[in-house]
Write a protein that binds this ligand. Structure first.
Ligand SMILES: [Cu+2]
Length: 333
């Protein structure tokens, strides 16, 4: 029905109808209020109009009335708040076993890298019925990754990762927009989200020639000399990075932080910001030496050696995620 008279964009994710329901509720509540106020204005204007011989009488307030018009709106607003919070938190909390995709925004295009190694520009292929988590960053200014049909929108910032997730419910092609003014060709920074049936998606994702992103990361890790300090035999000058992802890390300044994607990223680009306790501050910065894509690959690699899976597990974990029990990350919340 909505499609015959499209006041709303298509609903193509698990979140879409939840966002719409809340929105319709807000429209009804505010619409009823507006109607009430307009009606009363007209009725009162007619009823209490200036008439010869009739003098206005001063009223000194009414407790009953004031309590009523405070308490009823309070409960209405609490409903809006609680309902909105529930939707907001599910929109903001990616499921731990989601398929991960890296997105790099730049003026004026979207670059996408799948964990399996597939790369695309201004297109994102995803499977229907599976959770997809986008790990996004920008090479220049602030952009915003907006898929109206999924009811998701998230700013994409330079210098850090932001995350967005969704589960598509209908195969098809949907609009992707940049929703943050980012320069002269901002309006051209658009793309397609292509939602495929699982079998089609499997064929698509395995059709690429690049190796998995984590394998690319492993190569970069060796090429940049990370592996000379970060060894797995505890003999290196830096910490063993196996198992670090998702765990708490004690810092030299006494703080404890969780080793999430942003932490790993910061360690590479600005190691001075958070030094690990018990090590010399000798790690050099790689700012300017690595591209955003290389940082993503390094992060994917460090994550892959942190997952309690047999070697090469990254590939199966992502390609066949739908029917496999997942262990990565879910215990470390
Ligand atoms: Cu943009």
């Amino acid at each position: 029905m909505l499609n015959d008279f499209p006041l709303w964009p298509q609903q193509a994710s698990t979140l879409a109808h939840r966002v719409d329901a809340l929105y319709i509720f807000l429209l009804i509540v505010t619409g009823m209020m507006a109607l009430l106020v307009c009606t009363l204005v007209i009725v009162f204007a007619a009823r209490f109009r200036n008439r010869p011989g009739v003098r206005a009488e001063q009223i000194e307030g009414s407790n009953a009335l004031e309590i009523t018009w405070s308490v009823i709106p309070f409960f209405v607003f609490m409903v809006i708040f609680a309902w909105g919070a529930v939707v907001y938190f599910s929109q903001r909390t990616p499921p731990a076993d989601a398929t991960e995709v890296y997105v790099v925004a730049k003026q004026w295009m979207w670059k996408v890298e799948h964990a399996e190694g597939q790369r695309e520009i201004n297109e994102l292929h995803v499977p229907v019925g599976r959770d997809v988590k986008l790990i996004m960053t920008s090479q220049d200014v602030i952009h915003s990754f907006y898929i109206p049909a999924f009811r998701v929108k998230q700013d994409v910032l330079p210098g850090r990762y932001t995350v967005e997730w969704f589960r598509a419910t209908k195969p098809g092609t949907y609009h992707l927009f940049c929703a943050e003014y980012c320069g002269t060709q901002h309006s051209g920074m658009v793309g397609d989200i292509v939602v495929l049936e699982p079998a089609q998606y499997e064929a698509w994702i395995n059709g690429g020639s690049n190796g998995p992103l984590s394998a690319t990361g492993e190569k970069i890790f060796a090429e940049l000399g990370c592996s000379t300090c970060h060894r797995t035999d505890m003999q290196g000058r830096g910490p063993n990075l196996q198992g670090v992802y998702g765990k708490p890390v004690e810092l030299a300044d006494g703080r404890t932080v969780t080793a999430d994607e942003n932490y790993l990223r910061e360690c590479i680009l600005d190691p001075g910001a958070k030094r690990v306790k018990g090590f010399q501050p000798i790690m050099p910065t790689f700012q300017g030496l690595v591209s955003e894509e290389q940082v993503n690959a390094l992060v994917a690699y460090i994550k892959s050696i942190s997952e309690t899976k047999p070697a090469g597990g990254m590939k199966t974990a992502n390609a066949g995620a739908a029917n496999q029990p997942q262990s990565n990350g879910s215990q470390v919340q």
